[in-house]
Design a protein around this ligand. Structure first.
Ligand code: ADE
Length: 226
């Protein structure tokens, strides 16, 4: 997979891709992530990418010109299945959306900043708008990092245990069951004995039961199997 991200704050989005699972996925060439500085596509000498809102009002908007130039330049080289704009009023990110996006070859993600972007970008360049939750962030960069993380970890071969993405919370509309590691007893708090029993079938049944219990308790709107 190839992911291109357009931002006016490149350094804000570099770090999440320089660690752990995503860093390894890049090193193993499962994904290529390119960050593009919107300012490089500005036409004026101050490299200005934002301007005041027509009709008046507080805040600055990202201008259409540098965004259009950047998207055009990228689209001339790459065929994107989606051109995504990160926006608080977009479609809510779900595990299902991450699964679906993980099947695509090339994604282009635009991060807004300040008060947003010129509406003509949304109308004419964007194919999908994605929100990571019903709250407003200072810009789309952190949201884009969340989206990319949720997608890249699903790519084949990225997680070392090939089944571990399948047992994540939400993957089957179920919350993951409780999990424990050493020591077996800490200050009198014990790990459920079944997990130490070595009985694979019993462990699997216990985990499924706990996953159902947790889903009912914490996210009753998710469950599909009861
Ligand atoms: N930009 C600002 N807030 C956002 C949100 N909640 N999701 C996606 N992009 C955003």
């Amino acid at each position: 997979m190839r992911v291109d991200i357009i931002t006016c704050l490149p350094s804000l989005i570099e770090s999440p891709f320089a660690h752990s699972i995503i860093q390894r996925a890049i090193a193993q060439e499962k994904v290529e992530i390119n960050i593009h500085d919107l300012r490089a596509y500005a036409t004026n000498k101050h490299r200005q990418v934002d301007d005041a809102v027509y009709g008046g009002g507080a805040g600055m908007l990202l201008m259409i010109e540098p965004i259009a130039r950047c998207i055009d330049a990228l689209r001339a080289k790459v065929n994107y299945q989606e051109v995504i704009y990160m926006a608080p009023d977009g479609e809510l990110l779900t595990q299902g959306m991450a699964n679906q996006l993980s099947l695509q070859e090339n994604l282009l993600i635009l991060c807004g900043h300040y008060k947003g972007i010129d509406e003509r970008v949304r109308a004419h360049f964007i194919t999908r708008e994605v929100s990571i939750g019903n709250y407003v962030l200072s810009g789309g960069e952190l949201a884009a990092a969340v989206l990319v993380d949720s997608v890249v970890r699903l790519l084949p071969g990225v997680l070392s245990d090939s089944t571990s993405a399948l047992t994540d919370s939400f993957q089957e509309d179920l919350i993951a069951p409780p999990a424990y590691t050493r020591p077996a007893i800490f200050r009198g708090m014990e790990v459920p004995p079944v997990l130490l029993s070595g009985h694979e079938k019993a462990i699997e049944a216990w985990r499924y039961e706990k996953a159902l219990e947790r889903t009912k308790e914490r996210r009753p709107e998710l469950g599909i199997n009861y």
